[in-house]
Structures are given as structure tokens and as C-alpha cells.
Design a protein around this ligand. Structure first.
Ligand code: NI
Length: 182
């Protein structure tokens, strides 16, 4: 069981578009396991790889007592019907805000062995799949709040005790950055 540190809002990895997974090896399966362990420990209903500082298109979920994962997700179609509900994020601990999302979504992607997978989610699973896929695109749920709620959210974030703790500690990267800003 490996529980890893969860990156907080303010960490640039949460604002980076994650890379597609191309190698379905042991290392990837370890990442999926670490994500699951960290999510269950938190506890949370979903966790995306960038939240562990890994910029790859992988997320895990724990909804209705079912733990699963999806790699390289592509979402759609979405239902026209929308749902209300509170949403939170382990990278913004202790905060939750109302956010309307499509009630149903279909997600296609792969499992940890590279086999094709389709998830049809409604309710909380739909919300979770949308929220976690956003993470892979560098999007946080607060970006999607309506104007008024967002104002309240930003104030709560400024006042949160973890605010400002996410200052990057990277001294040098072992990987070439190919000129990309970190
Ligand atoms: Ni999140």
C-alpha cells in the first residue's frame, strides 16, 4: 500500500495538460495502484495522476463501492439534462461548491493493460469522470463555477490554511522539458 502526497492548487502540474499514456507496463500499473491507495486513504471519490505530480492521462474513481480506473479518456456524448450537486477536490481540501454538470456521460479509454474500455456514468460517476478528465487538461472545477460562486470560492481559497503551501520545490528535473515552461 503506497499513499503518496497529493498536490495542492498552486502547483503548476495541476495546470499542465497531461501526456497520453503510450506504454502499458508495470510502472503504469504501479501508478494506478498508488492512485487507488491514495484515493482510498484520503478518502476521495476520484484522483487523477497530475494530483500525484505525474503528468499522464490516468485517473481512478471510487463510486458506489466500485473502484476503477481509466486511461487516455475521451468523453462524449453528454446528456443535455444537467444535474445540480456539490463538488470538491482533494487538491483544494475542505472546500465544496455547487456545480452543474451533464447528468450522463459516456467515456471511452483504456484499462491498465491497454484494452479498450467504455464507462457509461450517470449521477456521481458522471460527475467524477468529468471532474477527473478535467484534471488531465489542467482544468480545476473552480474554473467551471458560475461567476458569483467563483468569487466566493476564490475568497475561501485565499483564506484556506493550505493556501500558498503549494510552492514548487523542484530544483532540477530529471526529464528534458523540450523548451516547455514548467
Ligand atoms: Ni479534483
Amino acid at each position: 500500500m503506497t499513499v503518496r502526497d497529493i498536490r495542492l492548487m498552486g502547483d503548476p502540474v495541476l495546470r499542465t495538460v497531461a501526456e497520453p499514456v503510450v506504454t502499458f507496463d508495470k510502472e503504469l500499473r504501479r501508478l494506478v495502484k498508488d492512485l487507488e491507495d491514495t484515493m482510498v486513504d484520503a478518502p476521495g471519490s476520484g484522483l487523477a495522476a497530475p494530483q500525484l505530480g505525474v503528468s499522464l492521462r490516468v485517473f481512478v474513481y471510487d463510486v458506489d463501492d466500485e473502484i476503477g480506473h481509466l486511461i487516455n479518456p475521451v468523453l462524449g456524448p453528454f446528456s443535455e439534462e444537467m444535474m445540480d450537486g456539490e463538488e470538491g477536490c482533494l487538491s483544494l481540501p475542505g472546500l465544496a461548491f455547487d456545480l452543474k454538470r451533464p447528468e450522463r456521460v459516456v467515456a471511452v479509454g483504456q484499462n491498465e493493460y491497454g484494452d479498450p474500455v467504455t464507462i457509461e456514468g450517470n449521477g456521481i460517476l458522471s460527475r467524477c469522470v468529468q471532474h477527473e478528465t478535467d484534471h488531465l487538461d489542467g482544468v480545476l472545477f473552480i474554473d467551471r463555477l458560475d461567476r458569483e460562486t467563483k468569487k466566493a470560492a476564490l475568497k475561501a481559497i485565499r483564506e484556506a490554511e493550505w493556501s500558498g503551501l503549494a510552492t514548487p520545490k523542484v530544483k532540477s528535473s530529471p526529464h528534458p522539458l523540450f523548451g516547455r515552461a514548467r
